[in-house]
Design a binder for this molecule. Structure first.
Ligand code: HEC
Length: 151
């Protein structure tokens, strides 16, 4: 009985390796990316990129274990969900109201320590934000809010 269960589990694990979600990678230039339309200084970019872009852009840098199912499905659901809420590569397509809302949400999630997701920073230790990095993002969002007129 035990043996049958093990065989069944292993079979399922093998079979699901062949079902893979579509990858979040794009080779075309991101025309609507936030940095194409707004000022994103290098020091800001270098915080956002490793901390947020895997889930909030059109290009994810996949870890090796993404090749193991069901990990990829789990990551894909985070990415889809993340992109639905905020996509830095499509920021310019948002209507003004939505841009403003997203900017305040960025501040809020950073201040509350909700982003990056803790399941992510557990492994991506480089994505953990220091107080200094949080300040960089918060004051950048401030200046962006002023320039697009939400104050
Ligand atoms: C591992 C994936 C992942 C990473 C990395 C990540 N996010 Fe998210 N983010 C999500 C998901 C999933 C959601 C959808 C809402 C939720 O689950 O809280 C989300 C939602 C958001 C929202 C919308 C919140 C709302 O109320 O709708 C903002 C703003 C946000 N993230 C900002 C960021 C910023 C800024 C970073 C980097 C500092 C970041 N996220 C890093 C996955 C991620």
């Amino acid at each position: 009985m035990k043996k049958k269960i093990i065989i069944a589990v292993v079979t399922v694990l093998i079979v699901i390796q062949f079902f893979r979600p579509q990858k979040n990678v794009s080779s075309v230039p991101q025309k609507n990316a936030i940095e194409q339309h707004y000022n994103v200084p290098k020091n800001v970019r270098s915080v956002l990129q490793p901390a947020c872009y895997d889930c909030h852009s059109n290009n994810t840098e996949y870890p090796w274990y993404n090749n193991v199912q069901p990990v990829e499905w789990w990551l894909a659901s985070h990415i889809n969900d993340g992109k639905r809420h905020l996509n830095f590569d499509e920021f310019n397509l948002y209507p003004l109201d939505k841009k403003k809302k997203k900017l305040s949400q960025i501040k809020e999630t950073i201040e509350k320590g909700e982003m990056p997701l803790s399941s992510y920073t557990l492994i991506h230790t480089d994505a953990r934000l220091s107080e200094e990095q949080k300040k960089i993002i918060l004051s950048w969002v401030d200046s962006l809010q002023t320039s697009i007129g939400s104050n």
